[in-house]
Design a protein around this ligand. Structure first.
Ligand SMILES: NC(=O)c1ccc[n+]([C@@H]2O[C@H](COP(=O)([O-])OP(=O)(O)OC[C@H]3O[C@@H](n4cnc5c(N)ncnc54)[C@H](O)[C@@H]3O)[C@@H](O)[C@H]2O)c1
Length: 321
C-alpha cells in the first residue's frame, strides 16, 4: 500500500532549531512526518535522536525552492498538513542579501501554498514577532498592534503572511499564521548569528565575557522552544485557528542587561560594545498570548530561569562532546 492512504505531515525546515522540536512533538503523538530541510542553517544531527522512529517516513535533504522535487513529493504523499518553518532567519542577512531572503521566505512560500491549494493541504505558516511596529512599553504586543517592515526579513515574512491569508480568503484553503516571539533553547545555534541566550551561555561556559550591544536596555520576550513547538502543533490541529494570526510569547519583557546578569552569574564579565549591525537591532519586545490561550488553550509553561538552566545543560554537553 502506498502512502496515499496515510495522514502524513510535511514539516519544512524540520531539521532546524524549532523544527526538530516540532518533529519531536509530532512523533510523540505518533503522527507520520516527512521533513524537507536543505540544512543550510542546521545540522542533520538535530534529528539523530529520531532515526529509528518508523513514523518519521523520510528526511529529504533538499531545497524547498526546487519545484519539480516539491511537486513530486506532494504527489507521492498527499500531505494532510504542511507546517512551514523553512526560511532565511537572519535580519542582517536580509539587509545584506534582500533578494535571497525574499526568494526563500516569500517566493518559496507562495509555491508551497500553490501545492497546498492543489492538494487541499492545510497550511501553517511560521511568521515572526519582528513584523510588529516599535513598542513603547505600555500594553503587551497583541495581534492588533500595527505592523511595519523594519527589515527585508520582516517585509518578506509580512508578504508571505498576506499571500497565505489570501489563499484562505480566495480558495478556502485552511491557513493559520503564527507569530512567535524570540525563541530560545537547546539546539539553537550558539555561534555566529545565533540567538542571544545561546550565544551568552556559550560564551559564559567558555569563560568568556558577555558582549552586550549598545546600552543593553533593549529587551526581548523570550519563549522557551518546547513551548513554541507545543504552540505550533496545537494550532495545527485546531479548527478555530484557521484564518487567524496568532502570537506566542512568554508575556515577560527581559532587558538584555538583565539577561546578561542572569547568565553571567557574576562569574564572567559583561562588556558593553557598539552594535556590529546597528540597523538590524530591535528595540523592545513584550508579546501578548491572550489570543493563543483563548483559541488553543495554550500558554507558556517553562519560565526563563528553567529554560536557561536546560539550555545551559545542553550547551555544556556540546562543549564537552
Ligand atoms: N528562532 C526564533 O526566535 C523565531 C521566532 C519567530 C519565528 N521564527 C521562525 O521559525 C522558523 C524556524 O526558525 P528557527 O529559529 O528554527 O531557524 P532555523 O534556521 O534553525 O530553521 C530553519 C530551517 O530551514 C532550513 N532551510 C532554510 N532555507 C531552506 C530551503 N530553501 N529549503 C529547505 N530548507 C531550508 C534551514 O536549514 C533550517 O534548518 C522560521 O520560519 C523563522 O522565521 C523563529
Amino acid at each position: 500500500m502506498g502512502m496515499a492512504k496515510q495522514r502524513v505531515i510535511l514539516v519544512t525546515g524540520g531539521g532546524g532549531f524549532i523544527g526538530r522540536w516540532v518533529v519531536r512533538r509530532l512523533l510523540a503523538e505518533e503522527r507520520k512526518v516527512v521533513v524537507v530541510d536543505n540544512f543550510s542553517n542546521a545540522s542533520p544531527s538535530n534529528l539523530a535522536g529520531f532515526e529509528g522512529d518508523e513514523n518519521l517516513l523520510a528526511i529529504h535533504r533538499e531545497d524547498i525552492r526546487w519545484r519539480e522535487f516539491m511537486t513530486a513529493l506532494f504527489d507521492e504523499y498527499r500531505f494532510s498538513l504542511c507546517i512551514h518553518l523553512a526560511a532565511s532567519i537572519s535580519v542582517q542577512d536580509s539587509i545584506d542579501h534582500p533578494l535571497s531572503t525574499f526568494d526563500n521566505d516569500t517566493v518559496a512560500t507562495l509555491h508551497l501554498l500553490e501545492l497546498c491549494r492543489q492538494h487541499e493541504t492545510p497550511f501553517v505558516f511560521t511568521s515572526t514577532c519582528l513584523v510588529y511596529d516599535t513598542f513603547d512599553g505600555t500594553d503587551a504586543i497583541s495581534e492588533e498592534h500595527p505592523v511595519k517592515p523594519h527589515s527585508p526579513y520582516s517585509a518578506s515574512k509580512l508578504s508571505a503572511e498576506a499571500l497565505a491569508l489570501s489563499y484562505h480568503q480566495t480558495y478556502d484553503l485552511p491557513v493559520t499564521v503564527l507569530r512567535p516571539f524570540n525563541t530560545y533553547g537547546p539546539f539553537q545555534r550558539s555561534t555566529g548569528e545565533g540567538g542571544v541566550v545561546a550565544t551568552f551561555l556559550h560564551r559564559a561556559l567558555a569563560g568568556e565575557s558577555l558582549l552586550v550591544y549598545g546600552d543593553g536596555e533593549q529587551s526581548r520576550d523570550l519563549l522557551y522552544v518546547e513551548d513554541c513547538a507545543d504552540f505550533i502543533v496545537s494550532s495545527a490541529f485546531q479548527e478555530r485557528a484557521v484564518g487567524r494570526i496568532i502570537n506566542a510569547a512568554s508575556g515577560r519583557e527581559t532587558k538584555i542587561n538583565e539577561l546578561a546578569e542572569m547568565i553571567a552569574e557574576g562569574k564572567v564579565a559583561i562588556e558593553h560594545v557598539p552594535h556590529i549591525h546597528p540597523r538590524s537591532e530591535v528595540g523592545r519586545l513584550k508579546g501578548s498570548y491572550v489570543l493563543a490561550e483563548e483559541l488553543l488553550g495554550w500558554k507558556p509553561v517553562v519560565d526563563l530561569e528553567e529554560g536557561i538552566a536546560r539550555t545551559r545543560d545542553y550547551i555544556a554537553g556540546e562543549l564537552e562532546g
